[in-house]
Design a protein around this ligand. Sequence first.
Ligand SMILES: Nc1nc2c(ncn2[C@@H]2O[C@H](COP(=O)(O)OP(=O)(O)OP(=O)(O)O)[C@@H](O)[C@H]2O)c(=O)[nH]1
Ligand SMILES: [Mg+2]
Length: 289
Amino acid sequence: MSFTTDDALAEKPGQLSPGWKDETALSQNRTWTAVKPDASCSAGFELPSVSVVIPTLNEAKNLPLLLPRIPKWIDEVIIVDGRSTDETVDVARALYPGVRIVLEKRRGKGAALAAGFGAATGDIIVTIDADGSMDPNEILRFVAALMSGCDFAKGTRFVQGGGTADMSLFRMLGNWSLMHVGRVLCGGEFSDLCYGYNAFWRRNLPDLDYNCDGFEIETSLCLSALRSGLKICEVPSFEAPRNFGQSNLKAIPDGIRVMRMIVMQSLGLRDRKRGHAGGGGSVAELPGE
Ligand SMILES: Nc1nc2c(ncn2[C@@H]2O[C@H](COP(=O)(O)OP(=O)(O)OP(=O)(O)O)[C@@H](O)[C@H]2O)c(=O)[nH]1
Ligand SMILES: [Mg+2]
């Protein structure tokens, strides 16, 4: 069904305020189309599907604190593993029926995320760590930011509403320095360049550079989004301490990798597109239960 602003005026004579009558939309006599609401369309628009990609390396003890808290409206959860020596994969399957397990044998969080991106089918991809430091309830903030017009929603611990309880002073200083080098060399106003809680539209994958293996992946995603002219917004997020196990991040070597990535992005030396998911051809998916 469709109707024009004239139809609306005819139906409600005298009920529209004079100010409203002066609106451009009214003077242009636009045609409006009524949308029939259904379960997935309660606000008059299609809701996007959401994939959550979780890289895991020996996170069996942490998954019980994460997976049951993933919101029920998430369409797809992808665990990217392949190098764990504990029960991570079994625990994931037991805790989250329908979870997709992607096996990536190559070392590094970047390689794992790339494999997850290749496997994801949702309109929106959200990345979240498995160690319990990120609250799955915040996913809604990221999805809302994308649905309100952003292309890339970047989690940040360093604005009002965000925070961290998981960073030593040394790492805090390193993070701060890298962020400022990133701003000077690449522009943008990121307040947090190295945080793993992010979300973006899957259709924008070709604009992003995720062709790197390690913890520099987040920096690479943000700076390539900036270079590609994507609309980026920051979303406040709180990082709690890792629940069990040890961090895989090594501040100095990984900091150097991030610095190298910033310099390469600033010089435009990066190839944005990854040839195929995982890049190394080592990606496999475990058959469903
Ligand atoms: N598949 C896969 N996942 C990884 C690899 N390295 C790290 N991860 C995962 O990436 C996420 C982030 O790693 P963390 O070790 O927590 O790194 P971090 O958050 O910077 O360090 P902390 O704040 O100290 O926990 C976790 O979910 C890890 O399990 C890897 O080589 N392969
Ligand atoms: Mg962590």
